[in-house]
Design a protein around this ligand. Structure first.
Ligand SMILES: Nc1ncnc2c1ncn2[C@@H]1O[C@H](COP(=O)(O)OP(=O)(O)O)[C@@H](O)[C@H]1O
Ligand SMILES: [Mg+2]
Length: 364
């Protein structure tokens, strides 16, 4: 089995798994100074874009392509490459297709999609000027594209909206939801979908603090909210997206209204994955490789499900006890550390809430 991986930045997360499965690894990367270039069997530095990877895949005669791209902008090029290379060469590309990327990479299109498939999403309007606003404050102002909280502002008054329009000339304006933020990863391949356990990412704040900077927990345990409802809704969204790979979905639950709202979908490796793996033992990046090897099935995922309590805490720079190899896996660890120095996070798991508290005290 010979797999082409596109992008090296996340490759250290799967290196141990690729080696364990005896897969021959080829990797393309556009930045010759990037990390992890010493790990795969063969590396090709190619220009940005998908022409380089496509050519390497064909000339090296690979069995499958697994893009490991954790940012939004290249996803549409990957999707076009997928459709071309699958049709012309029959090489499977484990990634979202063009329709799924188009629907999910634009927050306005995503909201229209939710409405089409009858999934609740916060009330919204497209503002072309502050005077058009009819929703009550507070509201959340967003741009159609962006990740990590980029270009997002919670407005409490018309002055805040005016300030936003100093910078932008249009906004997706959404009702502010007071409540819990939840993410869930769904895996999809060949028409089969599995919704993994939902993760709790903290409460929304009027400052608009992004979940990246909060303490998170798995599984999600929110009073009044049934995890089956989250999983069923996520499954329904994935089925309607009708595509392959990882879907990370953001939801909000408003206890005052007892309403679950869908916020967004990311069709790529994402920040929820460490907590998902800690909580249930399934690692979405490794599952991409299983898909490439035709070894992915619902049954197999269900049979491997584990049950843990877990948490993820921003720690800056880790200075605790030694972590066992493989460093990014829970195989030989109760905790793993990830992220660049200064912005690291620790993900910790245990069989009971009590044990988890003890371990957190010891490690942080
Ligand atoms: N309708 C909303 N109500 C309350 N908070 C929100 C709302 N929309 C977004 N936020 C806050 O902003 C963050 C980022 O919004 P999101 O739409 O997920 O964009 P991004 O792609 O940047 O993650 C959310 O995780 C949440 O903390
Ligand atoms: Mg988000």
């Amino acid at each position: 089995m010979k797999i082409l991986f596109i992008g090296s930045r996340l490759y250290d997360d799967v290196d141990y798994y690729v080696k364990r499965k005896g897969i021959e690894s080829i990797l393309t990367e556009s930045n010759s100074d990037a990390i992890n270039l010493d790990l795969p069997d063969q590396v090709f530095i190619v220009p940005r874009g998908m022409e380089g990877p496509k050519e390497i895949a064909i000339t090296q005669n690979v069995d499958a392509i697994v893009p490991l791209i954790g940012i939004d902008p290249p996803l549409i090029q990957v999707a076009h490459m997928k459709e071309e290379i699958e049709e012309e060469y029959g090489i499977p590309v484990i990634a979202a297709n063009v329709r799924a990327v188009e629907l999910t990479s634009d927050k306005i299109k995503t909201k229209e999609f939710y409405t089409d498939i009858n999934v609740s999403t916060p009330h919204y309007q497209i503002l072309n000027c502050p005077e058009d606003l009819t929703l009550d404050f507070p509201v959340v102002l967003k741009q159609a594209e962006g990740q990590g909280g980029k270009d997002i502002k919670v407005a409490e008054s018309i002055e805040d909206v005016n300030d936003y329009f100093e910078v932008f000339n249009q906004a997706l304006c959404e009702k502010f939801i007071e409540g819990s933020e939840i993410s869930i990863e769904v895996l999809g391949f060949n028409g089969e979908y599995v919704a993994l356990p939902p993760i709790y990412k903290g409460e929304t704040t009027i400052e608009g603090t992004h979940p990246l900077n909060k303490v998170k927990m798995g599984p999600c345990l929110v009073d009044g909210l049934d995890n089956n409802l989250i999983q069923e809704t996520a499954y329904k969204i994935a089925k309607n997206l009708d595509s392959d790979g990882i879907f990370e979905m953001d939801f909000m639950y408003c206890p005052g209204e007892d309403q679950l709202y869908a916020i967004e979908v990311n069709t790529r490796p994402n920040g929820t994955r460490y907590l998902t793996t800690a909580t249930c033992g399934i690692n979405s990046l490794c599952e991409l490789i299983n898909m490439a090897c035709c070894e992915f099935s619902l049954n197999d995922v269900f049979n491997r499900l584990e049950y843990y309590y877990s948490t993820e805490i921003p720690i800056g720079t880790y200075e605790g006890p030694k972590i066992n190899e493989p460093l990014k896996s829970f195989d030989n660890n109760d905790f793993i550390v990830h992220g660049p120095e200064g912005y690291q996070r620790i993900t910790i798991r245990a069989k009971s809430k009590q044990d988890l508290e003890k371990l957190v005290d010891k490690l942080t």
